[in-house]
Structures are given as structure tokens and as C-alpha cells.
Design a protein around this ligand. Structure first.
Ligand code: ZN
Length: 274
């Protein structure tokens, strides 16, 4: 039954059984599965709950329920409740949906959320973990690149030492991780080449002095052509300025022929070192 389960997912089941036995439950219930999950996959729990406090709060709420009976020796092979059986079936479906051959703790979590009336789903919902969002998040994290986890590991952001795990620093500037992720995703569709940054010829509307970039309209009498009339661009991720006379750090970057990236952003996000 558990052949397709990852090592971690198996341990979740193992701990769930242990949790059930400790409170004398004759079945493994969804809340035991959830406890197993919180215990075994702390990283997943943290990412979904965004703070360790909430994991504690779920644990506490579950332990507030009166114990069912005497502790059961762990040697007894407690069966899964019907709810739990459905959770496992859902987990298998969720894995399939994401195109995963294995069943992991993340699929078990989605399975728990799908068994909506279960105690586990209710507790997760109370902590703000809802099925649709969790599905999206999990799908995203598992893209090898561009996931939040990937960004965090790339920048060594652990959320430890009081640092905000949703902020990364480029050129000493703090940027929101979600924003960066969205930009990188869009910009990853383009091919990038390193270039010296050079001022760009533009057209200027005579009446308003407003700038128009498409110089193919240079014969339009309402425009005047200004060679090098555009003196700078900005990195599409971090807004670092690129210009011709601000020194080495500003004078070259990567371009797709239209937009620019500073060297630091390009190297961080678009080189394939992993
Ligand atoms: Zn940049």
C-alpha cells in the first residue's frame, strides 16, 4: 500500500500511528496524521504556515482534545480511520495531478485538506491553510527553478536570526521575495546577452517633449529625433541603474534587446549553476 510513498511520507504514517497510540485511539485519525506531518516535515509546515507559532497552535489544539483511552502499545498495528483512508486516496490523486510518481508528505497534506470535514482540515483552515492556495504553493515550490524555496536557498535566506524569510537583498536593497519571483518568472522567457549599456536614440514629441522609443517613426513631423536621448535604463528586477558614465558597475548588463538586467540579478537568477 505504501510502495509509492517517500521515506518521509512513510515516517509521517509511522508517527501518526504513534500519536494515535499515545492517546489510546483505536484508529489513526486525521489529526494524528497531521501531527505526524508537522513532526516529520517541519520545512513544509513552516512554509505553509509562515510561522512556527502556528504549528505550535495546531499541536496545542489537538492535545486539548480529551484522550480516548489508555495508551496502546506501539507494537499494535492500529488501522486507519475511514477518513484517513480517503485522505490517502486523495493524496494519490494529488500526486498524479502534479505529475509526481511518488507520494510525499506534501500530497498527504493536500489529502488532509481535501477531507474538508475532518478535524485536521478544520485546524489547518483555522491557521489559514486552504486547499487551493496550498495546491498552488506546492506546485510552485516543486518547480526546480523559480520556486520560493529555490530563491531562498539561492540567497541563503533561512528566516533565522530574526531575518524576514520573504525579503532578499540585492545591491543592499531589500526586495520582496514574491515580487522577485514573479519578475524572474516573466523574464525567464527571454534570451539575454551581455552588453555595454549605451544611450538610446529616441524621438521626442515636439509639442510635449515626451519620449517615444520607436525611431522608425522618425519621419513623422510631430517628432524630433534625438541621438542618445535616453541616458539610462534600470534593471527589471532590482531597479539598479544602468548608464554609460556611472562606472563599471553601471555600464554593462544583460539585455533581451528591450529590457535590461543588472549583472548581479542576471547571475543570480538566470545562470544555470543548479
Ligand atoms: Zn538587478
Amino acid at each position: 500500500m505504501f510502495e509509492r510513498y517517500t521515506e518521509k511520507a512513510r515516517r509521517v504514517i509511522f508517527f501518526a500511528r504513534y500519536e494515535a497510540s499515545q492517546v489510546g485511539s483505536p484508529y489513526i485519525e486525521t489529526e494524528h496524521l497531521l501531527l505526524g506531518l508537522l513532526r516529520e516535515d517541519k520545512a513544509l509546515a513552516r512554509r505553509l504556515l509562515h510561522s512556527g507559532g502556528s504549528v505550535e497552535s495546531i499541536r496545542k489544539k489537538i492535545h486539548e482534545y480529551p484522550t480516548v483511552g489508555e495508551k496502546i502499545p506501539t507494537s499494535v498495528d492500529l488501522p486507519l480511520s475511514n477518513e484517513c483512508k480517503r485522505v490517502l486516496a486523495y493524496a494519490a490523486e494529488e500526486a498524479e495531478r502534479l505529475g509526481h510518481k511518488y507520494i510525499g508528505s506534501e500530497h498527504l497534506l493536500l489529502g488532509l485538506l481535501r477531507e474538508k470535514a475532518s478535524l485536521a482540515a478544520q485546524l489547518l483552515n483555522e491557521e489559514g491553510v486552504v486547499l487551493e492556495r496550498a495546491r498552488e504553493n506546492i506546485g510552485e515550490w516543486q518547480r526546480p527553478r523559480l520556486g520560493l524555496g529555490w530563491l531562498q536557498s539561492k540567497f541563503g535566506i533561512s528566516g533565522k536570526g530574526g531575518k524576514d524569510p520573504n525579503v532578499l537583498e540585492i545591491h543592499g536593497q531589500s526586495l520582496d521575495l514574491g515580487y522577485v519571483q514573479a519578475q524572474v518568472r516573466v523574464l525567464s522567457k527571454f534570451a539575454w546577452r551581455k552588453r555595454e549599456w549605451k544611450p538610446v536614440d529616441v524621438l521626442v514629441e515636439s509639442e510635449t517633449d515626451r519620449i517615444f522609443f520607436d525611431v522608425s517613426l522618425r519621419d513623422d513631423p510631430r517628432f524630433k529625433h534625438v541621438a542618445g536621448g535616453w541616458p539610462q535604463d534600470w534593471c527589471s528586477i532590482c531597479n539598479w541603474e544602468l548608464n554609460a558614465d556611472g562606472g563599471a558597475e553601471h555600464s554593462s548588463g544583460y539585455t533581451n534587446g528591450r529590457q535590461w538586467l543588472c549583472v548581479e540579478c542576471y547571475e543570480k537568477f538566470f545562470t544555470s549553476s543548479d
